[in-house]
Unconditional design. Sequence first.
Length: 428
Amino acid sequence: MRILLFEDEFHKILDPLVSMRAVAELRLGFHSIFEAVSKFFNSEVILYVRSYLVDVLKVRFGGLKVNCIDDFDDVLMVNSRLIPKAKNLNLISSLAAKNTPFMLFDGGEIVAVKVRGSLLEDILPKFHDGVVRSDTLKTLRGECSVYDVGGMLIKNLWDIILLNEDLIKEGFTVRGVNGELDDHTIVYGSKSNLYVGEGSRVEGNVNIDVRGGPVYIGRNVNVLGPCRIEGPSYIGDNTIILSGARIRSGSNIGFNCRVGGEVEASVLHGYVNMYHPSFVGHSYVCEWVNLAAFTVTSDLKNTYGNIRVKIGGSIVDSGLNKLGSFIGDHVKTSINCGIFAGKRIGIFSHLFGYVYEDVPPFTIYSKALVGKSYELKLESALETMRRVYLRRGRQLSPEEMGLVKYLFQSSDDERVKAGVVKGSLSII
């Protein structure tokens, strides 16, 4: 059976993390949602996403079908906000194995749908922008058996932070040292909770504590001493953990990262550069972000009260007293940058000094220096992107360039509302 991973209108709660990627590409534990679903069902997966992402995703995923269905028989629709725990995947699989159509809800929000192909063929063209709207999909209820089960979907931006640690534990299924573990590496707890991938090297004077959970170190990873890694933690392929780093419990560091500071209970999606001492706590950091020396994401208020987050123009109590930042792709911070708790940082922003409010995309946030913020010119954003890519042996594709241009134009109103100035910043 083929799987259609779709995005609904609630994808907006996950900005800025999904500005440049499909919701299904978000990392939770060992895998992205897309990878977890593909691996579990071992079936063809089709992405159905916002239309402006289609061209980039076709390039990113090679031959994967995106917003393209040529045969509507036996298609299982699954919400991309699915929490990819084994119990959730097993429930969907068991319902899909039945011959009868079904709809699965989580508190009224659609989790999964299996209906006759002819009905899907009629309804999918209505979602011309690639967003599958719940009200339209709910019109199929009369054709299905209906179930409602809680705990199936990501419903808040901070859910990813809360879920990450348990999913690292659940995803740890391989053990052993296939790389090089120096004789002077200290492992606290059972080595059965440690995995070191092929081509990886862990130097002496590295402390690895697996008493609180497993530590997974992928392929071709260099861990330089002295540093400390606490489980449960995941370190992706081709990453470098530099001397002096502290990788604390609940850390999920993606592929091709450079980490020399302290990370706690956070997700670094991939290609994150944090070469110097800095702190990232209870945060999600997207790709191609550079965190300059002594950048700090606050994750605790002075009052120890709950941290509130601005979602869709409203201030929402997260119910958490520890919550950091949500940092979009291609963000750059200056030295000694401090980001207040619960802030959302838009894509391609440049941050200077203290950041005490949400930052729109393509913004040079410089209020701590000159009292106002400036728009980052599109040409500057693209040129910086090219330079950064070249440092990692990448080329900027026409599809990526088109996506950046679209996002710059479509976020203009957001900058205007925030009082971002169109002009040139001068701090000399």
